[in-house]
Design a protein around this ligand. Structure first.
Ligand code: PLP
Length: 368
């Protein structure tokens, strides 16, 4: 229906036969929970990110919530995170019983580290930076602040697989990090799934208990946990794809560079600063647009499926009213909600489609 579609899932899984054959072999073993494919995926994912451990869980949201629970965070505690993020970050914090404390962002789409220290109180028990769009928070400065205050950092790296700050991968800075394998993420499976990575042996052990009811073995419960295991079936899909992650990332970066060049001289569109010490992996290709709503509609009307991530700031949502933030409290987040637009940047996108996007945007601004 669109000449330039946003979702590439039909292309990516156009030939499911090899995956289905592997699932067929799994079915023949009955190894459905925490079986061999899960262990294999965890080993390969840890190797991909460069951490000692990877623990498969039920979703990206749980990959954020479980490390917080492993740190003992709950009622009465505060966790600092970004005001402009996907709801899952704030939801994961709230599910532990802790209060999410938001800080504003900057043009990197990530939290503005300048605001973090002012948000710290004696109740702050963790900081959860979000590597939004595949950009990266200034992790060096953030870790210094966290260490000075002795506060653990749990990264929301759900959009940031293989992104880097100062040559070091997202997911390797804090005590733990959560990744999502949701169908819309860069490394995606056929439903909900997530992974936690950590270099900390004690954290690894606690996470393995928590995701499986706190069961030490068949008969003994070590701690109270929950049911959040990575499904063996999804692990099979993950194993099929995980080896392609570097190539997927390379293509996305390449596509983004092509857009950057194409949009460089389009008055009305502003490409955010590209920092030399960041490896942005372009989960989203997001730019700032004048007359954004008009441009968005113009793109849809002309066959280009653009998206807006996200049109309403979380802190202004009905479901987060109880956090008590007044309108205008996060001016940068508000501005982003008005100005951002995302174009498809996935590994299956073709140059002709990118040209079509660039031409459409040019035409819109030329016609004014
Ligand atoms: C997708 C996402 C999540 C949650 O992942 P799910 O697998 O959908 O639970 C959390 N944070 C961010 C920033 C995300 O984009």
């Amino acid at each position: 229906m669109y000449d330039v579609r946003y979702s590439y899932l039909l292309e990516q899984f156009a030939d499911p036969a090899p995956i289905l054959a592997e699932i067929g072999r799994l079915v023949a073993t009955g190894d459905f929970t925490l079986g061999k494919p899960v262990a294999e995926f965890e080993r390969r994912f840890a190797e991909l990110i460069g951490t000692r451990h990877a623990i498969g869980v039920g979703s990206g949201t749980d990959a954020l919530k479980l490390p917080l629970k492993a740190l003992g965070i709950g009622h009465g505690d505060e966790v600092i995170t970004a005001a402009n993020t996907f709801i899952a970050t704030v939801g994961a914090i709230a599910e532990t019983g802790a209060t999410p404390v938001l800080v504003d962002c900057d043009d990197s789409f990530c939290m503005n580290v300048d605001h973090v220290e002012a948000a710290i109180t004696e109740k702050t028990k963790a900081i959860m930076p979000v590597q939004l769009t595949g950009e990266v928070v200034d992790m060096v400065r953030l870790m210094k602040i966290a260490e000075r205050h002795n506060i653990p950092v749990v990264e929301d790296a759900c959009q940031g697989i293989l992104s880097e700050f100062a040559g070091k991968r997202s997911g390797t800075y804090g005590i733990a990090a959560g990744f999502s394998l949701h169908p819309l993420k860069n490394l995606n499976v056929w439903g909900d799934a997530g992974v936690v990575v950590t270099n900390d042996d004690a954290m690894n052990e606690r996470l393995r208990l928590i995701r499986n009811h706190g069961m030490k073995n068949r008969d003994e419960i070590a701690i109270l946990g929950c049911n959040s295991r990575l499904d063996s079936v999804q692990a099979v899909v993950g194993n099929w794809l995980v080896g392609q992650t570097h190539e997927i990332t390379r293509r996305r970066i390449d596509n983004a560079a092509y857009y950057d060049a194409g949009f460089a001289h389009v008055a009305g569109l502003r490409v955010p600063p590209r920092r030399a010490n960041v490896r942005h992996v372009y989960h989203l290709y997001m730019v700032f647009a004048e007359r954004r709503d008009e441009l968005y509609q113009y793109c849809l009307d002309n066959g280009v499926e653009a998206k807006i991530h996200y049109p309403i700031p979380l802190y202004q949502q009905e479901g987060l009213k109880h956090l008590g933030y007044a309108a205008g409290r996060f001016p940068e987040t508000d501005r982003h909600a008005r100005e951002v637009i995302s174009f498809p940047v996935d590994q299956h996108l073709m140059r002709a489609q990118q040209d079509r996007v660039i031409d459409t945007v040019r035409k819109f601004y030329d016609g004014r």
